[in-house]
Design a protein around this ligand. Sequence first.
Ligand code: SF4
Length: 432
Amino acid sequence: MGSATPTERQPPQWYANNPQARYSFSRLATFKRCPGWFRHQYLHWHKSPIRCVTEVGHVVQRSLERVMDGRPADSVTLEELTARAEQRLELCFTDEWNRKRDAFVANPSAIGGWDLDFDRFFAMAKRGLAHHIHEVTCCLRGIHPTTGVKLPIPPVSTVAEAWQRAKPWHVDPDAPPFSQMEVVPGGWFQGEPDLVYGWTGGRRIIDLKASAGSSPFSGEIDHQLKAYAYLEQACGRGLPEGLEAWFLGREERYECALPSPQELEELERSIHELIDLAGSERGFGAWSLLDFEPKPEHPPGFEPAEGDASAWCATCPAALVCPSSARSAPAIGEGVGFDQLPKQGPFDLEGEVAGFGQPNEKRPGKWTWRFTLLNESGAMSFSWDASSVEGMIRAGMHAGAHVRLTNLRPYVLPSGDILVYDSAATRLQILS
Ligand code: SF4
């Protein structure tokens, strides 16, 4: 990595005012996969489609959390508790599944249908519950769940008490996404582990995965878990007792070695190097294109598809507009190129809809809604009045659609950059 390094960091209050500047494991991992992917997602803030396989993990996680939060009767036996937890899991899982499916189908960023096998993912949730029952059983016996060693902890006298004591910390399943992130005191890094068990006397961090652990993303698990360990240490709790991933599509738990002091130092250095490179503390446009060219890594064991530079290109949201991928975006058609926007309107644009953000209250009472178009001239995002975007969504605009927007107007910034807005005469045509 290159670029100037600021000698002083922005203070925590600056990060509190600019929470989008905080780093996370996801940003580190994205940059490591490919700087071009990072640029697309975190420097241009282009929106991406969502697919059902990335949504179903929340169904598994939330249904497990709701079951873990249950309070059994004092007189319950382990067999009764297990049977009731399984019954409750089926109810919670079905409820979460239906809610997530309905939200997915209604989401304009969704690509493809909700074509998932209920039984397959319910089996994963059941495996997660079996791992949790193992924790409860070990708590009852006073032995460590991974080593079997007798623990010097106060004994529990009932199954119900063991269930209560073993209950892991997790974010509130009803809280808005990312609202319960833990932030390092300096403000620059945040994270949100799935489960934290504390009944053994130490903290064990568990990451839940609704997969068998066979994708390129699964190879990032050590990096992810060690980032949680970094967060623990930076927040003053020292290293955790253990780091585990539960790939719920397979039997065994995955245990990750705790990071060495050198690994933690290296992790912190890599966060600051990326902050400096991306210019995150110098204003959000202060980065060099040269530092964020498409240069993908090669995930071990995965071959790229024909014409792609790396196996990562198959899942990269920039692939349609990246010269290193085999895919290509639609032509500019009857519109103008994003790289040749006129300084006077009206003009038209054509492209494939990549995805939408969430409506955002930019200032009191003023709501905007961001969306991204892709065509052969590149990617461009637009933050328009939310009611205009809502109208286009109602008219059929959704991720993957090829659209034409007519009678647009430019807004030339002092920097010379051009923003594009709709006008009263703007119309949407769905081309395919
Ligand atoms: S398509 Fe491949 S090379 Fe291009 S930005 Fe994405 S990961 Fe990098």
